[in-house]
Design a protein around this ligand. Sequence first.
Ligand code: NDP
Length: 337
Amino acid sequence: MQAVVNRKWTLVGYPEGVPDDATFRMEEAPVREPDVGEALLETVWLSVDPYVRGRMSPVKSYVEPMTPGDVICGETVARVLASRDPGLAEGDLVLAPMGWQTHAVFAAEGLHKVDLPVERASLALGLLGMPGLTAYFGLFDVGRPQTGETVLVSGAAGAVGSAVGQMAKIAGCRAMGVAGSDEKVAWLTGDLGFDAALNYREHKDLRAALEPLVPDGVDVFFDNVGGSVSDAALGLINQNARIPICGQIAHYNAKNPPRGPRPFATLLVRRARAQGFIVFDFKERFPEAMAKLREWVEGGRLKTRETVVESIDSAPQAFLGLFSGDNIGKMLVRVAK
Ligand code: NDP
């Protein structure tokens, strides 16, 4: 067999502020043949995710940082090109932590077969993958919505946020979203059935703009972004509100810790609970959640949209697009057909 050439994006160094072209380097190298218990994989779909920005920093977090020279990390749906493991056959699709590269040899142990038809396999990186699970546990376990309550979600038109609002509707709540364009707002209130949504870029006084859209106040504020959107939302929380802190993307590129309103006085007087969570804290319960997610997806109660960027060459562009709001729904790179 002719040697397969891998094309991979590696980390040049830790960026300060917003990463740019100098943060990433494209390298090419032949891939070795798989050994016993291994498989040669080809990336089909690459997920680009905001958490990767945290790994491009030497600061200690809940996962180890990348080291300069590493392949940029990322989850993929990959195709088995050759296998020396009885559990995997040529042509199988697997969930694999390939990162931003086209080909690699992996131990078969630790790879998970994608149990979806090829034309829907990308769902394993979205609604039926980490973002769907994040929405599920963040909303139901941390947010604990009750029928009739109001759920406000920031980053509402993204992979996690769009699922949160739809799950809030399934739970019998009023769903309200904040997102960064009129097109996103129209998608949320149209196709996805949110009760209301607001384009935060259009309003200077966000709290004043949000208030009429949540006439009964906010019982669950699912925070994906932080920054000024969170400051505004906090002012509208009800007594005993729950605030699942899922992400703070507005801060990920900040060179210095941002200063803003200090929220504890509001939490105190409203007897509210803000709780950070990481989806992997719920690992033991992934099968339970996945069964529910599948049921809702197959029943048409959970919908999604994908923003697809073509080719491994464009992985940095897709990733950086997360920080400028280029995506509606899940941001993906199609690496191979
Ligand atoms: P998204 O699909 O939501 O993409 C990111 C979105 O964030 C963009 O589309 C953009 O939309 C919005 N955004 C970017 N910068 C800003 C800003 N400065 N202010 C407001 N909005 C901004 O990503 P994910 O769904 O994958 O992730 C959403 C959040 O959840 C992230 O913060 C991520 O880190 C976090 N997360 C946490 C997990 C956990 O276990 N806790 C697991 C997975 C994700 P817009 O046009 O609306 O600005």
